[in-house]
Write a protein that binds this ligand. Structure first.
Ligand code: AMP
Length: 284
């Protein structure tokens, strides 16, 4: 596996692949890699001649400085894991490489329209702008054929698709299913930060979503909404930040199952100072 740290190194590595006429898949990550990330890497390896993975904890997408400071960083283990599954390129830039003008001079600004004005767009002001900025810059440096994103960050996929549309970028965005622990908990880099007791209780997030999926077959949208909020909030260490039942195409809340063909329930839960997100299809 080639490890690239600078713009020059990554551009040369990508140019080399292109010169040989080989296809390229790309997976942007913030590291602390787990099997959720690896599922994207494996899919890319299946579908492309070469696979590049970036590891960059992007400061511009953190609205909470403590979250940025405490974000898990396990770079040596990440490199070993990527090597073991057969990734071809790891791009590991510093903040200076991604933002040579200095963070305080970053001026790009995105308007993602209604999809950016709900859920994470409200809960984390500036978050999606930072995601748009960094993914656009990464796509310029790694002009892949396909890029792979996890459906755990359900709204993020809609944002990336919109960014790619607005900037006329010719990279196919491939959504990939959520990878879960055996007990149902969605894998997340932030799970490392949970205490044993917090982790034990946090399983109720996914367990409640699974029950909501069943309930959605017979109950109304309002009933499912109340069920999820009250059930998760009744777990002592869990506090629901929001639970939104949305049209999966537009991210806008629905009030009836008949409004669209695909409805998803998106939840954000605070467990101490760890913020966890998950989602489940309630109708498709
Ligand atoms: P992150 O490092 O958290 O920015 O995530 C990098 C990519 O991995 C994003 O596209 C995430 O949606 C995806 N991802 C994170 N956790 C999971 C998971 N449990 N299952 C599938 N994809 C995931």
């Amino acid at each position: 596996m080639i490890i690239c740290k600078t713009r020059k190194e990554i551009s040369a590595a990508v140019a080399n692949i292109r010169k040989q006429g080989r296809s390229l898949g790309f997976i942007p990550t913030m590291g602390a890699l787990h099997q959720g990330h690896i599922s994207l890497v494996k899919k890319s390896i299946e579908e492309n001649d070469c696979t590049a993975v970036s590891i960059f904890v992007n400061p511009t997408q953190f609205n909470n400085q403590n979250d940025l400071k405490t974000y898990p960083r396990t770079i040596d283990a990440d490199i070993a894991l990527l090597e073991s599954v057969g990734a071809d390129i790891a791009f590991i830039p510093t903040v200076d490489v991604m933002y040579p003008e200095g963070l305080e001079n970053v001026t790009e600004s995105y308007d993602f329209g209604p999809i950016g004005q709900v859920m994470e767009g409200i809960a984390r002001p500036g978050h999606f702008n930072g995601v748009g900025i960094v993914v656009h810059r990464l796509f310029e440096l790694v002009p892949a054929d396909r890029a792979y994103f996890g459906m755990k960050d359900f709204q993020q996929i809609a944002i990336i698709k919109e960014m790619v549309r607005q900037r006329d970028i010719h990279i196919e965005i491939i959504p990939c299913p959520i990878v879960r622990e055996e007990d149902g908990m969605a894998l997340s880099s932030r799970n490392i930060r949970l205490s044993e007791e917090q982790r034990k209780q946090a399983v109720q997030i996914s367990q409640t979503l699974f029950k909501a999926q069943e309930l959605a077959k017979t109950a109304s949208v309002a009933e499912v909404q109340t069920f999820v909020e009250t059930t998760v909030n009744s777990v002592p260490l869990l506090s629901v930040e929001y639970f939104s039942i949305v049209n999966a195409h537009t991210m806008q809340p629905v009030t009836s199952w008949d409004e669209t063909d695909w409805v998803v329930g998106c939840i954000t839960v605070n467990v101490g100072d760890v913020r966890l997100i998950d989602n489940i299809t309630l109708k498709k």
